[in-house]
Design a protein around this ligand. Structure first.
Ligand code: HEM
Length: 238
């Protein structure tokens, strides 16, 4: 391939990485707000509310489109990430005496591939635990009618019981917190780098985008990480 074509394809990869990455960031905010409902004190109402929300998320046509875009983005972002990591490895200037990556760049920016792999593993396990049960019949025998007369699957009880389990609940909470740490580091580089790849690169705004990215990278994963511990230690047992 000619050098300019190579450069173009690697620029296109970076562009799509950024686009899918920032879209997944939006998904995270929406998902976080949905999950915050799990903090409501245990009651029939809390169970109905979460299960009706989950039903809406899996049946509303507009949300369905967004969900398919989310799955596609995860797959595309992961494949593109692997290709970019291989490309960057090959282009690395190994032999230079002054090549000291640790002094020139952040740890997270040099380990986006490893962080991404941990996150992908988390997503596979996580979706198998909840989304897979909801979609592929695991919750079919939990269907009941809510106070509003809606037929729902009891995803609420499955989620709460997972983190309240006497044997594995705390281990799950710790595993989730570890994955959220990886997401935090991934976002601490990815957020501002995504804007740069999309061409939002101006001395007037770069500082603000960096700070916003850091705030996002700390607050969103932290809020996610708190939920399983809250369910385990604070929420009434069901
Ligand atoms: C405390 C942390 C979390 C909890 C308790 C949780 C819980 C759930 C539950 C109950 C579902 C199935 C119902 C639904 O779609 O809302 C789900 C779906 C999903 N979760 Fe999470 N989640 C957490 C964090 C995350 C994180 C950090 C990610 C991404 C890195 C993620 C990615 C997904 C995806 C991709 C789906 C499928 C969504 C769809 O079908 O549109 N989750 N989660």
């Amino acid at each position: 391939m000619a050098k300019s074509a190579l450069l173009k394809s690697s620029l296109a990869k970076k562009y799509w990485m950024a686009f899918t990455g920032l879209f997944l960031g939006l998904f995270l905010v929406g998902h976080l707000f949905g999950n915050l409902q799990l903090l409501i004190p245990v009651s029939e109402g809390a169970r109905d509310q979460f299960n009706e929300y989950a039903l809406f998320m899996t049946t509303n046509p507009a949300v369905k489109v967004l969900s398919y875009l989310t799955y596609l983005s995860i797959i595309f972002h992961a494949i593109d990430g692997v290709l970019l990591t291989i490309h960057n490895r090959k282009a690395r200037p190994q032999g230079y005496v002054n090549f000291k990556p640790s002094t020139n760049s952040m740890w997270s920016s040099r380990n986006m591939g490893i962080l991404g792999t941990i996150i992908l593993a988390f997503i596979v396990v996580h979706m198998t635990m909840f989304w897979g049960e909801m979609k592929f019949g695991g919750l079919d025998d939990t269907v009941y009618t809510t106070a509003n007369g809606e037929e729902v699957k009891d995803l609420y009880t499955l989620t709460i019981k997972t983190f309240q389990d006497a044997q594995y609940g705390l281990l799950w909470a710790i595993a989730y917190a570890f994955a959220m740490l990886a997401i935090g580091f991934h976002l601490s580089h990815g957020f501002s780098s995504g804007f740069q790849s999309l061409g939002v690169n101006h001395p007037k705004y770069n500082g603000f985008i960096k700070k916003l990215g850091m705030a996002f990278a700390v607050l969103v994963p932290l809020a996610f990480a708190v939920i399983p511990f809250y369910i385990h230690f604070v929420l009434e047992k069901i």
